[in-house]
Design a protein around this ligand. Structure first.
Ligand SMILES: NC(=O)C1=CN([C@@H]2O[C@H](COP(=O)(O)OP(=O)(O)OC[C@H]3O[C@@H](n4cnc5c(N)ncnc54)[C@H](OP(=O)(O)O)[C@@H]3O)[C@@H](O)[C@H]2O)C=CC1
Ligand SMILES: O=C([O-])CC(=O)C(=O)O
Length: 427
């Protein structure tokens, strides 16, 4: 029996609940106080006329090759290119971005016929590093990378962006209160939500990576009322990938055989890696891995604590695998989900078919037609084990929401987090 619109009630046994006329790559430096901007030159990849009107003096502010103007009329490869996609990345001088930006520029995320513009958001302290990042992008000679901008003002960097990948956030330091982290990072996402609301594309897709990512995504969407709440995601794809890896390891199969893995809830140790619905080679995991104790205890805890264990070993949080999971998360939205499968994303709960509290950002199973949008999967199994843990993660997110009420426009904040609330890195 499918669980389509009704909430789950615990019961016992599982119930299915342009040709371009010219190309210009530029690095615009968005600083306050603003430097004189370059004369406006737009590249065209969809056949629209492009104008090259730069004065030689303006070129002083460019980064070498990004200032050059190329005539691509004769280049066959660009004739089938799609319209330019504008992608903003915050925390662009950080570790995750250092892996991600090069994947975006290579075409492995949006496709080999998709030119992109990268708009890198940093801060005054990271501005020189941002210039270094732009230099590395320049030296990589990516054909699809048409423009690079760097800046520290989200109202300028987010102008007309189609995607906003919000990575920049302070990680929690030793002795720091959770509430303080929510408060400091929360303010970043309130400010960035307002900026997106003011200047981004009305259909911008926003992926929040900076922790605590679920509640930061909630803050961001609450501050961007003119952008559909459905367009906001919190990254839980890394957790899904970690779960797939553990199941493959236990079953002795390559991880491409593992499908239908949902991470429910918060990107924290209360997250629920769902082995009830997961499949290995098309069969339910429980029919392949008979060791229920391992699934309920070791598997679940390993996935929940994977981030923290990695920090203990490496001394810093996952960066490369996080960038890979961001790629996976975006590709899941811009390519059709394989028949029968789904992917996990932290999305806005209002209207969810499972009975999870409304008005929070909760990781749930999603499917996409590949148009950037998604729908929630309603045909899932639910049992008491899964539901009890989902409720615990829900309680944690409801408590986090109260902590940031002052940032979501819902009155005074009151912070009383459950005891076991923690980020993956703090064990
Ligand atoms: N959801 C997930 O699965 C995962 C999330 N994360 C989270 O992603 C975020 C970024 O990680 P990573 O790239 O490794 O981190 P880094 O420390 O390498 O970079 C983070 C960037 O955040 C920016 N930042 C913004 N505000 C602050 C602040 N108040 N204090 C310090 N830095 C700030 C800084 O850039 P600038 O100065 O330019 O603003 C900094 O370069 C972290 O919050 C981390 O917890 C990490 C792994 C997985
Ligand atoms: O806690 C962190 O900053 C790292 C993190 O989210 C993870 O590895 O899952």
């Amino acid at each position: 029996m499918g669980l389509s619109t009704a909430a789950y009630s615990p019961a016992g046994s599982p119930t299915p609940l342009g040709t371009a006329t010219a190309r210009r790559r530029s690095v615009h430096q968005f600083l306050r106080p603003r430097r004189p901007l370059l004369a406006t030159v737009r590249c065209s990849v969809d056949g629209a006329a492009a104008v090259a009107t730069e004065t030689p003096a303006s070129r002083k502010d460019c980064f070498g090759v990004f200032c050059n103007i190329y005539d691509l009329k004769a280049e066959d490869t660009t004739k089938s290119w799609k319209k330019l996609v504008n992608i903003a990345v915050s925390g662009a001088a950080g570790m995750i971005s250092n892996h991600l930006l090069f994947k975006l520029a290579s075409g492995e995320v949006f496709g080999q016929d998709q030119p992109i513009a990268l708009k890198l958001l940093g801060s005054e302290r990271s501005f020189q590093a941002l210039e270094g990042v732009a230099m590395e992008l320049e030296d990589s000679l990516y054909p699809l990378l048409r423009e690079v901008s760097i800046g520290i003002d989200p109202y300028e960097v987010f102008q007309d962006v189609d995607w906003a990948l919000l990575i920049g956030a302070k990680p929690r330091g030793p002795g720091m209160e959770r509430a303080a982290l929510l408060d400091i990072n929360g303010q970043i996402f309130a400010d960035q939500g307002k900026a997106l609301n003011a200047v981004a594309s009305r259909n911008v897709k926003v992926l929040v990576v900076g922790n605590p990512c679920n509640t930061n995504a909630l803050i961001c969407l609450k501050n961007a009322p003119n952008i559909p709440a459905k367009n906001f995601h919190a990254l839980t794809r890394l957790d899904e990938n970690r779960a797939k890896c553990q199941l493959a390891l236990k079953a002795g199969v390559f991880y491409d055989k593992v499908s239908n893995v949902t991470i429910w809830g918060n990107h924290s140790t209360t997250q629920v890696p769902d082995f009830l619905n997961a499949k290995i080679d098309g069969r339910l995991v429980k029919d392949v891995i008979k060791d229920t104790k391992w699934l309920e205890e070791e598997f679940t805890m390993t996935v929940q604590k994977r981030g923290g264990v990695l920090i203990q070993k490496w001394g810093r949080s996952s960066a490369a695998s996080t960038a890979v999971s961001i790629v996976d998360a975006i590709r899941s939205l811009v390519t059709p989900t394989p028949e029968g499968d789904w992917f996990s994303s932290g999305v806005y709960t209002t209207g969810n078919p499972y009975g999870i509290a409304e008005d929070i950002v909760f990781s749930m199973p999603c499917r996409s037609k590949g148009d950037g949008d998604y729908e929630l999967v309603s045909d899932v199994l639910m049992d008491d084990f899964l539901w009890e843990r989902i409720k615990k993660s829900e309680a944690e997110l409801l408590a986090e929401k109260k902590c940031v009420a002052h940032l979501t426009g819902e009155g005074n904040a009151f912070c009383d987090l459950p005891e076991d609330t923690m980020l993956p890195g703090e064990m």
